[in-house]
Design a protein around this ligand. Structure first.
Ligand code: ATP
Ligand code: MG
Length: 462
C-alpha cells in the first residue's frame, strides 16, 4: 500500500503483469454503446458465435473512451485470416507485410487483424532493424504488447460491454498522456513510422508525449529515411488531413522530425513570409476538415511547397528566363526532389503543377485573358491559392479583390472590371500591381510572354 502510494507520488506507473488485462465494466469505462457501429457488433458477434475471440480494438476504443464517434472500426480476433474470410461473404485478405482481412458491410469497411505474437523477434528485418513482415500469430496479451501506444492497446467486447486494458491505457487516457509500449528505442527501430504516429496522435488528441517516449525521437529521426517512401507519404497525408495539421507540423518541428519529410520545410517555416503562407494554408485545411468538407491533397502540397517554387522561380527569372518557363523549371525542380522523398503520386503532382502554373495568369487582366482563365477547370483551386498569396502579404490585396469581384460579377460588370483594371492611374501608370511582375503585364498582357503562358498552362491542364 505504502509502496503504491510512493510510486504514485513519484509518478511511477504501476508495474502490472502484462499478460493479465485489467477488465473494466460499463460503469468504469463509460463507453456509450450507441457510438459503436452496428456492423462492428455484428462482426464480433459472428466471430464469437463461431467460437473465436473478437473485440473492437485500437483507435476506435480510444475514441469511444474519449466520447468521440470513431471514424472507423478495427477488429482483433484469434481467428486466422483464412478462418475470418470463411465467415463473411464480402471478405478479402490483403497486405503482405502485415496480413489483414477487409470485411465489407454495405459501404462500411472493417479491418480484421489476427492477434500478433511476440515471436516477431525473429521476424525478417532490414539492416536497420525495421521489421519487414509480421504475420506471426499469438495470444491476446502478446498482441497488446505489439501495439504502439498504451491508449491504442485496449480491447472492447460489445457483447459484454467490457474493456480489456493490458498496459494502463485507461489511466493514460485520463491523464492525456501518449506513452509507447515497451522500450521506445526498440519500438522506433522496428518501425520508424511510429515516430510520426506519436506526433499525429499528440497533436490530434491534445495529449502530452510522455518524456521517455519523446526523448529518442530527435536522435532516431533519420531512420525514417529507410522506410518506403509510399508509406511515409501515407502517414504524412494522414497527419495533414487530421484536422490538426498546423499543430502536427509544429509538433514535428519540436520533435526534430521535419527534416527529410518535406525537404526544406524547416527553412520555409523559418522565413516570416513562408511561415505566414503555410500557416494560413494549414488553418484553412484544418477548418475544412473539421467542417467535414473535402480537402485536395494537391492544393495542400502546392501550398506547403510554394515558397520553394517561388524562390527558384525568382532565381530562374533573375537568370534571364521569361516568367512562365521559369515557373515550370522551378516546379520541375521542386517536384523532382519531392517525388523522390515523398512518393508524391502523379495525380497529386499534376494538381500541384496546375495550381502553380495558373498563378502568373491571374496577373494578366487585359482582353480575353481573364475570361479564359475563368474557364479553366482548375480555376477555383488556382483562385483560392491566389487569395492565400494575397492574404500572406506576398501579393497586393487588390489583385485578389479584383478576381473575387470578377468571379462573382455578371457579364456587363466583368467588362467594366477589365476596363478598370487596365485604365492608367493619374500618375500615368497602369493600376497598382506587384512590382516584381510589372514587366510581365506590359503591352496589355498579350506580349512576348503570352504564347509560352498559354502553352505552359495548357500543358499543366492535361
Ligand atoms: P486513427 O484514428 O488514425 O485510425 P488508429 O489508432 O486506429 O488511429 P490505425 O492506423 O487505424 O490507427 O491502426 C489501428 C491500430 O493498430 C492502432 O490503434 C494500433 O493499436 C495498431 N497499430 C497501427 N499502426 C501501428 C504500428 N506502426 N505499430 C504498432 N501498432 C500499430
Ligand atoms: Mg483506425
Amino acid at each position: 500500500m505504502i509502496k503504491k502510494f510512493i510510486r504514485k507520488i513519484l509518478g511511477v506507473k504501476d508495474e502490472r503483469d502484462p499478460t493479465q488485462a485489467h477488465i473494466l465494466g460499463p460503469e468504469e469505462h463509460g463507453i456509450d454503446p450507441k457510438l459503436v457501429s452496428p456492423n462492428a457488433i455484428r462482426l464480433t458477434q459472428t466471430l464469437q458465435e463461431a467460437g473465436y475471440k473478437a473485440f473492437v480494438v485500437g483507435g476506435a476504443v480510444r475514441d469511444l473512451l474519449l466520447g468521440v464517434k470513431p471514424k472507423d472500426f478495427d477488429i482483433a480476433t484469434d481467428a486466422t485470416p483464412e478462418q475470418v474470410k470463411k465467415l463473411f461473404r464480402r471478405a478479402f485478405i490483403i497486405g503482405r507485410r502485415f496480413q489483414i482481412v477487409h470485411v465489407m458491410f454495405g459501404q462500411e469497411l472493417l479491418e480484421v487483424t489476427t492477434f500478433r505474437g511476440a515471436g516477431s523477434a525473429n521476424a525478417p528485418k532490414d539492416e536497420h532493424g525495421r521489421v519487414l513482415r509480421d504475420n506471426n500469430f499469438g495470444p491476446q496479451h502478446e498482441d497488446a504488447a505489439r501495439r504502439d501506444f498504451t491508449i491504442n492497446a485496449m480491447y472492447y467486447d460489445p457483447a459484454t460491454q467490457t474493456v480489456l486494458d493490458y498496459h494502463g491505457g485507461i489511466a493514460d487516457i485520463r491523464d492525456k498522456t501518449l506513452r509507447i509500449i515497451g522500450m521506445p528505442e526498440a519500438r522506433y527501430r522496428e518501425d520508424p513510422v511510429r515516430m510520426l504516429r506519436v506526433v499525429r496522435f499528440a497533436a490530434k488528441l491534445g495529449f502530452t508525449i510522455e518524456p521517455t517516449t519523446r526523448a529518442p525521437i530527435p536522435v532516431m529521426a533519420p531512420l525514417i529515411d529507410n522506410v518506403p517512401a509510399a508509406r511515409v507519404f501515407d502517414e504524412m497525408l494522414k497527419l495533414l488531413l487530421s484536422g490538426h495539421a498546423l499543430a502536427c507540423l509544429k509538433e514535428l518541428r519540436s520533435a526534430g522530425l521535419h527534416h527529410g519529410l518535406l525537404p526544406l520545410l524547416d527553412v520555409v517555416l523559418e522565413q516570416p513570409i513562408g511561415m505566414k503562407f503555410v500557416t494560413l494554408a494549414l488553418e484553412s485545411t484544418d477548418a475544412r476538415v473539421k467542417a467535414g468538407k473535402g480537402v485536395s491533397p494537391g492544393f495542400l502540397f502546392a501550398s506547403l511547397l510554394w515558397h520553394q517554387v517561388l524562390e527558384k522561380w525568382t532565381a530562374y527569372r533573375a537568370a534571364g528566363e521569361s516568367p512562365i518557363p521559369a515557373l515550370h523549371l522551378a516546379a520541375d525542380d521542386v517536384l523532382d526532389t519531392q517525388t523522390e522523398n515523398l512518393a508524391l503520386q502523379r495525380r497529386i503532382a499534376t494538381d500541384m503543377r496546375d495550381i502553380w502554373a495558373m498563378q502568373p495568369r491571374f496577373e494578366r487582366r487585359a482582353g480575353r485573358a481573364p475570361y479564359k482563365l475563368l474557364e479553366n477547370p482548375r480555376f477555383r483551386a488556382g483562385y483560392d491559392f491566389l487569395l492565400l498569396r494575397c492574404e500572406s502579404g506576398e501579393l497586393d490585396k487588390e489583385i485578389g479583390e479584383w478576381w473575387t469581384a470578377f468571379y462573382d460579377a455578371e457579364a456587363g460588370e466583368r467588362e467594366r472590371l477589365v476596363t478598370q483594371a487596365n485604365r492608367p492611374t493619374p500618375s500615368g501608370e497602369k493600376r497598382k500591381r506587384p512590382p516584381r511582375r510589372s514587366r510581365n503585364r506590359s503591352g496589355g498582357g498579350e506580349g512576348a510572354s503570352a504564347a509560352p503562358a498559354n502553352s505552359a498552362a495548357g500543358a499543366g491542364e492535361e
